[in-house]
Design a binder for this molecule. Structure first.
Ligand code: NAG
Ligand code: NAG
Length: 241
């Protein structure tokens, strides 16, 4: 995914991430990882690696997140579960370099995969193995994922305007303009036989919860040439919804 540093106030946060999910809505199991600018969580406006997951034992963590992120779940360091393996890179790690608007796009490769024998979900960032979420944390994700999502979340405590997402610029529908907005490419999954494949394009959907002049999403793919990407994000604003 593209590495960016959207500008947020202390009341706001903005993420770019992927989701690995399974289960019905009320008991959804979700692993989420990517980067975030999140002053309330990290204490600064730097782009940092985060991991988030929902599981049944972690209700108390909701309290920590009650302002703006109203879900049952655990951000990285606040909850047990994730098993750190890398000796130095962990959640909260600052992400650099970030992209420079209109000049240089920097990428951070992020990969989550299930080890076939242990069933644990491993995280790799920039080709480094960071650690894993043990399968015992999950019910519906114990065997496989049913939904993979890519994109971002931009939020704020109530009444604050919504912050920028991606790099803060709306995607422009033009192929060569990849450096102009939030960007992700090579979105792939393991199939049942553990081959890395692009999505079955008949099963992908784009979804946005906000006005198109606040945030937008363009999805591009070529089944024949085997590539895909999304351009996403935007400036946010006071009347996003
Ligand atoms: C995914 O896991 C469920 C059990 O949670 C199983 O019933 C299903 O067959 C699995 N699907 C694949 C494709 O392995
Ligand atoms: C997984 O992907 C490989 C490579 O594209 C393909 O040959 C295989 O049939 C796929 N397996 C399933 C179960 O779709």
């Amino acid at each position: 995914m593209g590495a960016h540093n959207p500008s947020v106030t202390p009341e706001q946060f903005s993420t770019s991430q992927l989701w690995i999910q399974n289960g019905p809505k009320a008991q959804i199991n979700s692993i989420e990882t990517g980067w975030a600018v999140y002053p309330k969580l990290f204490g600064d406006n730097i782009t940092r690696i985060f991991g988030y997951w929902t599981f049944l034992l972690c209700m108390q963590c909701l309290i920590l997140l009650a302002d703006g992120y109203k879900r049952t779940g655990c951000f990285n360091m606040f909850c047990p579960g994730f098993v750190q393996v890398h000796s130095s890179i962990t959640f909260g790690e600052l992400l650099e370099p970030v992209s420079i608007y209109n000049r240089k796009l920097h990428f951070i490769p992020v990969m989550v995969y299930r080890a076939p024998i242990s069933g644990n979900w491993w995280l790799r960032v920039s080709r480094e193995v960071i650690g894993y979420w043990p399968k015992e944390l999950f019910t519906h994700l114990a065997h496989n994922a049913s939904i993979i999502r890519y994109g971002g979340i931009a939020g704020a405590v109530s009444k604050s305007p919504s912050p920028p997402m991606g790099n803060g610029h709306l995607p422009i529908y033009k192929d060569s303009d990849i450096e102009k907005s939030g960007f992700m490419r090579e979105m792939k999954v393991y199939n049942e036989t553990r081959d890395t494949i692009y999505f079955d394009y008949t099963k992908t959907q784009t979804k946005q919860d906000a006005r198109k002049d606040s945030y937008d999403l363009n999805y591009y793919f070529s089944e024949r040439d085997k590539w895909n990407c999304i351009k996403y994000g935007g400036p946010g604003g006071s009347s996003c919804l």
